[in-house]
Design a protein around this ligand. Structure first.
Ligand code: G6P
Length: 608
C-alpha cells in the first residue's frame, strides 16, 4: 500500500527512481511522483493514475538531479488527484509516506493556528509542515526529523529530501516496511527488496523506530532513542526479487501457470521423500502434543486458505480451531488459553491488521507460527517460527500461487499436528503425503482446461452477478472463487456454503445468474448435487466443477461441466482453485479490465 523509493548517487536519479517505482506499482497506482534537487532546489513532477502518466510527463520535463525520492500512491486521505500526489513539499522539505497519520486532524489544526498553509487533503502534509517548523527553529535536518517523529501517531515509512542538502536522504519507519540498499558511490531506499533489486542485492531493513541517514558513501541507523545502531546488510537471492512476465500477457497468467512448480517446491521443503513423512522443525512437530487449540488469523485470500486449513486441523489432528479475519481479531476481546497455538498467514508478511494481531498474540504469551511468502518481511522477523511458502514474488494483485502454496504448507502442518498428537498413524501420514506429492501433476491437468474455461468465460462476462457454492473445504474455495471474480472483473459475486442456499440466496436464482458449483466426488458430493438440483429446478444456470467420477455421477441439466482428474480429498482444494482462477482471469480478459492492477485495490495492505 503505497511504495516509496529514494536514490542518492552521481548520475541523475530519475531513471532509477522510475524503475524502482515500476517494481512497486503493485502497492498502489492512484498517482505517482518524484522530487529531486536541481542546483540545490527542489524540483517535483507528479501525475494522477498509473506510473506511465508520470513517465510521459517526465519525457517532456525530465528531472536531472542526482538525489531524489519517489512515490506510488494508494489513496487513503484525499482523492487521487495531482494535488494530493506525493512527494509533498513545504518550504524546501519534500516527503513521501506510506501509512496513516491518525492524529493528522489535530496536528493540522495546531499547525494552521501557527500560520501553516495547507495545499493538499492528505494526512502526510502535516509531516512536511512539522519538519519545516523544526528547521525554522534552526535545527539541522536529522535533528528536525528526530524532534518531529514523536508527534506522529499511526504508522509510517517516510523518506525526506531537503533543499540545499545534495548528499542527504533521511528515512524513518514505524509499522510500515522500509529498506535501504548499498551501492558504490550511490545508496538507495525503498519499501521492499523488489524495488531495489536492479540496483543492489545488498540491503538492510529498518527496525521499528529506526531513522536512517543516507549519503553517497554511507548509511547510518539511529534507534528511537537517537543512539547509533549497527545493522549488517543481508544478501537477497535472485529468486526473491525476479519480477518478469516471462512471455505471458499478465503477471496473473504467469503466476497461475507457475503453480505446479512452486506448489511442488513448497511441498518438497516439508516432506522427506524417502520416508514419505512430513519434516518440520522438531520442536514444532513434537510441540503439538501440548497443543489443544489453534487460532488462525489472516486477511483476504490468505484468510480463505486458513478457512480450508481449519477443516484439515479438525479432521487430521483433532484440534479445535478458532479463525477470524485480522481486522476483527485484533479488536475482539479474545481470551488466550494455555496450550493454544496462534497461526498467521500472509503472502506479503506486511498486512497491517495481520501484523498487529500477531504482535497482540505474542504480547499475550502465545506461541506464534507464521505462514509467509516474503522471508524478509516484518511478520517473519516478529514470529517465533516461520513456515515459508516458496511461491516467489507474486505481483498480480489478485493472489493465486501464494494461495495454493499457503494451502500446501498448511496441509503439511496439519499432518504434522496429526502425527504429533497421535491422531494419524504412520500409514495415514504416508498416504496423505503421497496425495500432496501428486498435486503438481493434477494441477498440470487442471491447466489443460484453459481453452474450455475461456469459452465459458464469455457466459460469465455477460452476467452482472455470479454465485459460487460448495461444501466442506469447497465452501471456502467458493468464497475464494467469488473473491477472484469480483476483484478483477468487478462482477458482483458471492460465495456460499451450498447448504445455506435455501436460507436466502436461492431467492436470487433465475436464468441470468450463473451458479458455479464446486463438487469433487468426496463425502459431501451427493449433498452438493441435491443443492445443484435445487438451482436447476428453478431454471438456474449451473457450471459444475468436478472430477471424472463426479462427472459420471452428476445429474444432467448443468449449463456446463469442467472435469478434473480423480484425486484424493486432501489434494482437491489446491487443484480446484486453478479453474476458479482461470475463470476469473478469462472473464476479465474478455471484459478488458486491468487485471494485474484492478481498480481501488493494492497488493500489500499496510494500513488499517
Ligand atoms: C490484499 C490483496 C489480497 C491478499 C490480502 C492479504 O487485499 O489484494 O490478494 O489476500 O491483501 O494479504 P497478505 O499479504 O497478508 O496475504
Amino acid at each position: 500500500m503505497c511504495g516509496i523509493v529514494g536514490f542518492v548517487g552521481q548520475a541523475p536519479a530519475m531513471a532509477p527512481l522510475l524503475d524502482a517505482l515500476k517494481r512497486l506499482e503493485y502497492r498502489g497506482y492512484d498517482s505517482a511522483g518524484i522530487a529531486t534537487l536541481e542546483r540545490g532546489r527542489l524540483a517535483r513532477r507528479r501525475a494522477v493514475g498509473k506510473l506511465k502518466n508520470l513517465e510521459s510527463k517526465l519525457a517532456y520535463e525530465p528531472l536531472v538531479g542526482c538525489i531524489g525520492i519517489g512515490h506510488t500512491r494508494w489513496a487513503t486521505h484525499g482523492r487521487p488527484n495531482e494535488k494530493n500526489a506525493h512527494p509533498h513539499a513545504v518550504d524546501g522539505v519534500a516527503v513521501v509516506h506510506n501509512g496513516i497519520i491518525e492524529n493528522h486532524r489535530e496536528l493540522r489544526k495546531e499547525l494552521k493556528s501557527n500560520g501553516a498553509r495547507f495545499t493538499t487533503d492528505t494526512d502526510t502534509e502535516v509531516i512536511a509542515h512539522l519538519v519545516s517548523q523544526q528547521l525554522n527553529k534552526g535545527y539541522e535536518p536529522i535533528e528536525a526529523v528526530r524532534a518531529m517523529l514523536p508527534r506522529l501517531q499511526g504508522t509510517f515509512a517516510l523518506a525526506f529530501l531537503f533543499e540545499g542538502y545534495e548528499d542527504l536522504l533521511i528515512g524513518a519507519r514505524k509499522g510500515s516496511p522500509l529498506a535501504v540498499g548499498y551501492g558504490t558511490g550511490e545508496m538507495y531506499l525503498g519499501s521492499d527488496a523488489i524495488a531495489l533489486a536492479p540496483l543492489t542485492r545488498s540491503i538492510n531493513y529498518l527496525e521499528d523506530g529506526d531513522i536512517t541517514v543516507i549519503t553517497r558513501q554511507r548509511i547510518e541507523f539511529l534507534n528511537a532513542e537517537g543512539g547509533r545502531v549497527q545493522r549488517s546488510p543481508a544478501k537477497i537471492a535472485n529468486t526473491d526479487v525476479s519480477v518478469q512476465k516471462g512471455g505471458y500477457r499478465h503477471f496473473m497468467a504467469k503466476e497461475i501457470h507457475e503453480q505446479p512448480r512452486v506448489v511442488g517446491q513448497t511441498i518438497a521443503q516439508y516432506v522427506d521423500v524417502g520416508s514419505a513423512a512430513i519434516k518440520m522443525a522438531e520442536d514444532l512437530s513434537a510441540g503439538f502434543r501440548d497443543v489443544n487449540r489453534v487460532s488462525i488469523t489472516a486477511c483476504g485470500t490468505a484468510f480463505y486458505a486458513g478457512l480450508i486449513a481449519r477443516y484439515w486441523f479438525e479432521r487430521y489432528a483433532g484440534l479445535a480451531v478458532e479463525i477470524d479475519v485480522a481486522s476483527e481479531f485484533r479488536y475482539r476481546n479474545v481470551t488466550f488459553a494455555p496450550g493454544s497455538l496462534a497461526i498467521f498467514i500472509s503472502q506479503s508478511g506486511e498486512t497491517a491488521d495481520t501484523l498487529a494481531s500477531l504482535e497482540f498474540a505474542r504480547a499475550q504469551g502465545q506461541r506464534v507460527v507464521s505462514v509467509l511468502n516474503v522471508a524478509s518481511s516484518t511478520m517473519a522477523r516478529a514470529s517465533q517460527i516461520v513456515l515459508p511458502t516458496l511461491a516467489g514474488p507474486e505481483i498480480g494483485v489478485a493472489s493465486t500461487k501464494a494461495f495454493t502454496c499457503q494451502l500446501a504448507t498448511l496441509a503439511c502442518l496439519a499432518i504434522a499436528a496429526g502425527r504429533g498428537r497421535g491422531v494419524l498413524s504412520a500409514d495415514d501420514e504416508i498416504s496423505l503425503v503421497r496425495a500432496l506429492g501428486d498435486v503438481p501433476r493434477y494441477m498440470t491437468s487442471a491447466l489443460e482446461l484453459e481453452p474450455k474455461i475461456h469459452q465459458l468465460a464469455s457466459r460469465i462476462a455477460a452476467s452482472r452477478n455470479a454465485l459460487f457454492i460448495g461444501r466442506g473445504t469447497n465452501y471456502p474455495l467458493a468464497l475464494e472463487g467469488a473473491l477472484k471474480l469480483k476483484e478483477i472483473t468487478y462482477i458482483h459475486a458471492e460465495g456460499y456454503a451450498a447448504g445455506e442456499l435455501k436460507h436466502g440466496p436461492i431467492a436470487l436464482i433465475d436464468r441470468d445468474l450463473p451458479v458455479i458449483v464446486i463438487a469433487p466426488s468426496d463425502v459431501m458430493f451427493e449433498k452438493t448435487m441435491s443443492n445443484m438440483q435445487e438451482v436447476i429446478a428453478r431454471e438456474g444456470r449451473t457450471i459444475l466443477i468436478t472430477d471424472r467420477n463426479g462427472a459420471s455421477l452428476a445429474p444432467p441439466g448443468s449449463w456446463a461441466t469442467l472435469v478434473l482428474p480423480d484425486m484424493p480429498t486432501l489434494a482437491a482444494p489446491l487443484v480446484f482453485a486453478l479453474p476458479l482462477q482461470l475463470l476469473a482471469y478469462h472473464t476479465a480478459l474478455l471484459l478488458g479490465t486491468d487485471l494485474d492492477q484492478p481498480r481501488n485495490l493494492a497488493k500489500s495492505v499496510t494500513v488499517e
